[in-house]
Design a protein around this ligand. Structure first.
Ligand code: SF4
Ligand code: SF4
Length: 445
């Protein structure tokens, strides 16, 4: 009875319709891109997507093992990578910094771990003193960061030293070799960086922000605050855009602040606040500091291709990409170099045959054992004084030797014979051919 009367007297609550979903969700998008970038960063050295093997002097790109002597491919790969970053700075400002840079990704992650450790200490040690909670949170934070630093330093160093080799050095606590010392030094730097420096690195040490300032123009993507004046001003001065900014700036001061990494967190924050009073946000991604376009632009303009300079950037990118593709397609899995050694012109053997010296270099650039067969054309009865033919080469092995090319003395009255030495490996579809001369003494008539 009493329950019925209390239910009857309960005031009726008029609920407002739920707010529509927020238009801008850049933080969510950014965090998804972060996950993809971390996976790529970790996977790249282990899958040979991109890696320099300094001790073995090899460069791995897209799973292909390149020798340091394969300059064209390495040149085009590095130029392409550098130009992609420069083009991204011209067209999309510092989007790379906030969406893909490992420094920003792990700085933000370290801040999240610190906040999580404080929350956990508050939850678990409810009755403990504030100083004990603070000490516990710090211990958890530094412990997690130390383990993460060992892992990150391992991944980073694996870009330069073969991962299995590096793991062996780590397990032996190797502090005697260059590889071991490098790994330990990178671990300490990583720990200090993500514990104390974090985004301060972006505004003080990193040259990319300064270079970006030089590269940007009136069409570069920016984050800008756009509001009316006086009575028409919509900003309620809640400062949420300032509080969420991890670079510690107020975007309302200018769209051209060097600290701004164009992350879009302030866009989400302002949209979230003003949406509650039925107004659109005041901060937007814009091309230059022009007002946000009110009509939907064609796709190429929305992607940032807004003038002839951008088309030029695209053409240069296409040039490096084509150069890289061409260099990769012309690459031979087994290197064959055949040159004459003219330290002596010829030698007459005991059996009356003539020998010339040939410098031979065979290198297996594949990941599998190969056999290379060599033969001579244009010189009847000629043979190469190889220990075995075909020559067996293990992955990465180089066979380098000066060998005799022997042939019977011809009766054609010539002392210079034009010949070809051919090499065919079971890893290549066609043979390599080198044109040489074989010199014999002139037969007196
Ligand atoms: S001002 Fe906005 S876009 Fe720029 S760094 Fe701060 S939160 Fe990111
Ligand atoms: S979040 Fe928007 S409304 Fe609030 S201070 Fe920043 S610009 Fe003004």
């Amino acid at each position: 009875m009493s329950i019925q009367s209390s239910a009857a007297s309960k005031p009726k609550v008029e609920r407002l319709p739920p707010l529509p979903p927020q238009d801008t969700v850049y933080r969510r998008i950014r965090k998804r891109v972060h996950v993809a970038c971390v996976l790529a960063f970790v996977a790249a050295p282990f899958s040979n997507l991109m890696r320099f093997d300094v001790p073995r002097q090899r460069f791995y790109f897209a799973g292909v093992e390149l020798w340091i002597s394969e300059f064209a491919i390495i040149f085009f790969a590095i130029m392409l990578l550098m130009f992609v970053i420069a083009a991204s700075a011209i067209i999309h400002g510092r989007i790379y910094c906030s969406y893909a840079c490992p420094q920003m990704i792990f700085s933000e992650w370290s801040q999240s771990v610190e906040a999580w450790a404080k929350r956990m200490a508050l939850k678990v040690l409810k009755t403990a003193s504030p100083s004990l909670r603070k000490a516990a949170a710090a211990a958890v934070f530094y412990g997690v960061l130390l383990l993460a630093s060992v892992f990150l330093a391992f991944v980073f160093t694996a870009y330069f030293i073969e991962p299995r080799d590096l793991l062996g050095r780590l397990l032996r606590f190797d502090l005697a070799t260059v590889g071991g010392i490098t790994g330990a030094t990178v671990t300490v730097i990583t720990f200090l960086d993500f514990t104390f420096v974090r985004q301060k690195f972006c505004t003080t040490v990193c040259p990319y922000g300064y270079i970006q300032g030089m590269l940007q123009d009136q069409h570069t993507l920016l984050v800008s605050y756009q509001d009316g004046q006086g009575e028409d001003r919509d900003c309620i001065d809640c400062k949420k855009c300032v509080r969420v900014c991890e670079m510690g700036i107020d975007i309302r001061d200018s769209a051209f602040q060097i600290e701004c990494v164009h992350c879009g967190d302030c866009i989400d924050a302002c949209e979230d606040i003003l949406r509650k009073v039925g107004k659109p946000g005041l901060i937007h991604y814009t091309w230059g500091d022009q007002p946000k376009a009110v009509v939907r632009e064609p796709w190429y303009m929305r992607w940032g291709f807004r003038d002839a300079k951008r088309v030029g950037v695209l053409l240069i990118l296409a040039f490096y990409l084509t150069g890289l593709a061409l260099a990769l397609s012309l690459r031979r899995p087994v290197l064959v170099e055949i040159n004459p050694d003219r330290s002596i012109m010829f030698r007459v053997l005991e059996d009356g045959r003539i020998a010339n010296l040939i410098r031979l270099k065979l290198a297996n650039r594949t990941g599998k054992p190969v056999q290379v067969r060599l033969w001579v054309e244009g010189l009847p009865g000629a043979d190469l004084a190889l220990p075995v033919n075909p020559v067996a080469l293990q992955p990465g092995e180089t066979f380098e030797r000066t060998v005799e090319l022997r042939a019977p003395m011809g009766d054609d009255g010539q002392d210079v014979h034009h010949i070809r030495i051919l090499a065919q490996s079971n890893a290549a579809r066609s043979s390599d051919a080198e044109e040489l001369t074989f010199i014999t003494p002139l037969k007196r008539k």
